[in-house]
Design a protein around this ligand. Structure first.
Ligand SMILES: [Zn+2]
Length: 415
């Protein structure tokens, strides 16, 4: 598969120039492309991890066999024992065919990734990054994050006895940092924005030899995120769903979903890709708005869906390529629609997801209104994080009745 001697089981391939690199070295961005990167544009040079699919088809073969082997053949590290002991992934998929008592002509499947150890989808990425670091002898992992990625890295490093350093913008609210602090990670507040924290974390990686988990910088975050696609295939009886609604901020999760199905396609395990639908908040639509343009233009984001509020989506180029290549679809929803979807989800399913996650469900509901869901179709909604992570956002929905006197007659009056 390569024209040089590659001792690892994978190679890196640049999303933008297509250049390939030896997988036995730790790499982040393609050096050629990243040299051209500018602060106001999404970075070029994000690397894809490519396995020897032809060889794996022969040596492993079936999905069941890959699963028996814990998918280690499609992972960038060598031993499953390098993973944290915490249970990451294998999250439940819940089936629904009615909403508010009304029978639906199609099915909805909620993939509940709030069931991960630190309550978000990001644990899939942190687990792989942590395992790779362990095998390569990196004792410290650094990331710039104010939200789920930071808490996730902190939690999984705690489980692995690794040191996590999380760089956050100075203005990050303390509530968002609670999980990180409780997991014992070192928090470094950085003067400036998220981008300043991001840049400092990269300089620190070079200076101190730490391992860096930054999203769309470390190629293996996508390798972790792709595992959701393997699970979906199995949970849906080894057939691909019709549509998968994915909430999108920087474009890494959706690229992971695509990559998982693409691996399966390369291996001949599936014959077609599902239609993957990117859902962004209309207050943070920097990928949707730039899907058909030649020059990326950023608009400052402002949405209650905090985890997907992004000015410069770091994995824009890869996400756009995937959406184009596999006929993905995209739409935006308003904050009101997101809140409405949050409420509808919780009261119909008992799942409480954060607004960023229910953005995906709001996308499905918008499709339903537009009659874009076929009868008897199977539609997955990816719920990427717990509602308990972002209680403030749903304040608007809280309407608590005034107190009654503790008498049954009083109670009868209000019921
Ligand atoms: Zn390149």
């Amino acid at each position: 598969m390569t024209n040089y001697n590659n001792s690892a089981k994978f190679i890196y391939r640049c999303t933008d120039c297509g250049k390939e690199y030896d997988g036995s070295q730790t790499m982040y961005l393609c050096p050629d492309c990243s040299a051209k990167n500018k602060a106001d544009k999404p970075p070029l040079g994000v690397l894809k991890t490519i396995y020897d699919y032809k060889e794996l088809k022969k040596s492993v073969g079936s999905f069941v066999k890959f699963k028996e082997r814990g998918f280690i053949d499609l992972m960038p590290f060598e031993n499953l024992s390098s993973l944290p002991v915490l249970k990451v992934g294998n999250t439940p998929l819940y089936f629904f065919d009615s909403l508010d008592g009304e029978k639906l002509p199609f099915s909805i499947y909620f993939k509940d990734d709030s069931q991960n150890p630190t309550f978000s989808f990001k644990d899939r990425a942190s687990a792989v990054v942590s395992a790779y670091a362990k095998e390569k002898g990196y004792e410290t992992i650094v990331a710039a994050s104010t939200g789920n990625a930071g808490s996730s890295l902190a939690g999984l490093c705690a489980a692995q006895g690794q040191k996590a350093i999380i760089m956050v913008p100075e203005a990050a609210p303390i509530a968002k940092l609670t999980q990180i602090i409780m997991y014992g990670a070192t928090i470094v507040p950085v003067k400036g924005t998220y981008d300043d924290a991001f840049d400092l974390s990269i300089k620190a990686t070079e200076e101190f030899g730490w391992y860096n988990r930054n999203t769309a910088f470390n190629p293996f975050t996508i390798e972790g995120k792709k595992t959701v696609s393997f699970e979906l295939l199995e949970q849906l009886g080894f057939s691909v769903p019709d549509k998968i609604f994915v909430p999108v901020g920087d474009g890494v999760i959706i690229s992971g979903v695509f990559k998982g199905f693409e691996d399966l396609l390369e291996l001949g395990i599936i014959e077609k890709m599902p239609v993957i639908v990117m859902v962004q908040s209309d207050g943070s639509d920097n990928i949707v708005r730039n899907m058909e343009t030649n020059e990326f233009v950023s608009k400052p984001s402002n949405t209650i869906a905090d985890s997907i509020s992004v000015d410069i989506p770091r994995n824009f180029n890869m996400a756009k390529q995937y959406l184009k290549k596999y006929n993905g679809e995209y739409l935006t929803v308003s904050d009101d629609e997101i809140l409405e979807a949050s409420k509808l989800l919780s009261k119909n399913s008992g799942i409480f997801a954060e607004p960023a996650a229910t953005t995906a469900f709001a996308g499905l509901l918008a499709y339903r209104k537009l009659n874009k869901l076929n009868d008897n179709s199977r539609n997955v909604v990816l719920l990427t994080g717990s509602g308990l992570k972002d209680l403030k956002s749903v304040n608007k929905l809280l309407n608590i009745p005034v107190a009654v006197r503790p008498e049954i007659g009083e109670l009868k009056k209000i019921l």
